[in-house]
Design a binder for this molecule. Sequence first.
Ligand code: SME
Length: 151
Amino acid sequence: MKVDYPTLAATIASLTEGETDEVALMATVACEVHHSDDRFDWTGFYRVVGPELLKIGPYQGGHGCLVIPFSRGVCGAAARTGEVQLVPDVEAFPGHIACSSSTRSEIVLPVFGKGGRLIGVFDIDSDLPAAFTEEDSDGLSTILDSVFGGL
Ligand code: SME
């Protein structure tokens, strides 16, 4: 099963309509995205909770690390740079944090609220090598922007 981003975006829009609570929105997005595609083995959010500090948010899959400083890992790089991190081979990424030894590739997107406020990052890990493409980056960015962009 492979995700159809327009359908996924429409489902998420109807489920989250009128909701403004960040955790409720993250939980719904993590669930819907995770179950939309067989490539996605861990799907979830890390929230900005302090200066240069991320903590785990709603997710689907096995347990994730609880705390990630901006200086570490792929999630930290997305938070630090504000740019999408497409990592085809996690072993080639300096400082990658391995929470599951089966993870081979990942994508991490920054999540912005109103006025470019950094709310957190959205991380999807796959057990397949080079699982993610620009199509994922574009489709997920559109969804994140429409759900969180006004908060
Ligand atoms: N993808 C991460 C860590 C994995 S999680 O804790 C699920 C990173 O290196 O930032």
